[in-house]
Ligand binder design. Structure first.
Ligand SMILES: [Zn+2]
Length: 295
């Protein structure tokens, strides 16, 4: 990815580039730190990078890049709150975004909703946004930008991939936790592909004694399972990914059963059930979704 003149923390630039270049950037990202101007620049640059077809992306010269820069691309919808001013983003604005997200894009493969200074969302607006982050249409992407991850409820944070423009210790901890959850989710998926109950049991061990990571990993797995279902109908969507292999290895019913297991476990984790028991249940109940020949 080409960052133009924007100065970014090296590690963040590397992670963003890797995600954009491999087409694996999550459907919702949160950009924090830096100045308001930097957050806006990076949001626009990221939208360009996602839609520009030249390499390295964005080229900043093609029609798509220019339209986005000039704010006239029909599939880029930008909303902005006022920094630090609660409720400067109205709940109706978020409801409009939700409705619009289900409409087909005009010319791009998907619509990108950019919410700048997203701290302007009050609790109601955050709840409204959460609904669409939980069940996002495949044709919608979200870029949230704000001063700090502390501006958001945990439920929102668990649905977005965070990137900090500059150093921020709270953010760094969040990123570490996020990376840990992502690794655990991928490890469990890989073990599930082996269809070996013992390997599945071993793969969930990393989630013991850490309920936050446990829940975050399960949220990620739910999204990965969704992608696997999408992969059944569109085999170029996630080529070469663990999701794609999953979609080939399992039936839609098995995948949906697994999603239900994960949703129940997240709900039980919220009820303060015993952590280690939850991890054991994760392994046995996921393995229980696998249909065996002759059973
Ligand atoms: Zn371009």
């Amino acid at each position: 990815m080409n960052f133009g003149k924007l100065q970014l923390n090296e590690e963040v630039a590397r992670r963003l580039s890797a995600a954009v270049d491999s087409g694996t950037l999550s459907h919702a990202v949160l950009l924090t730190g830096g100045t308001e101007k930097e957050r806006k620049e990076l949001s626009v640059l990221l939208a360009q990078a996602l839609l520009c077809t030249n390499q390295p992306t964005p080229c900043l010269k093609c029609d798509v890049c220019k339209k986005i820069k000039n704010g006239i691309h029909p599939d880029i919808i930008i909303t902005s709150g006022e920094a630090g001013k609660q409720r400067s983003i109205k709940i109706d604005t978020i409801r409009d975004i939700r409705q619009r997200a289900y409409i087909m894009p005009n010319e791009a493969p998907y619509q990108i909703f950019i919410i700048l200074e997203a701290s302007g969302m009050g609790e109601e607006a955050q709840n409204a946004l959460l609904k669409i982050l939980e069940e996002p249409p495949v044709t919608a992407r979200f870029i949230l930008a704000s001063r700090s991850r502390d501006d958001f409820r945990q439920t929102i944070l668990s649905r977005v991939t965070p990137f900090a423009i500059s150093e921020d210790s709270g953010q760094a901890a969040g990123e570490k936790e996020n990376a840990k959850a992502a690794k655990a989710a991928t490890d469990i998926f890989t073990a599930l592909l082996s269809k070996n109950e013992y390997k599945i049991m071993l793969s969930t061990g990393a989630l013991e004694k850490d309920k936050k990571t446990f829940k975050a990993a399960l949220e990620k797995m739910i999204l990965m399972l969704r992608n696997s279902v999408v992969g059944k109908y569109n085999d170029s969507a996630f080529s070469d990914s663990v999701e794609m292999r999953f979609s080939q290895a399992y039936s839609a019913k098995e995948i949906i059963d697994m999603q239900n297991v994960l949703k129940t476990l997240i709900a039980d984790a919220d009820k303060n059930a015993n952590d280690n028991l939850l991890v054991t249940r994760l392994a046995t109940e996921l393995a229980g979704c696998i249909e065996q020949n002759g059973r």
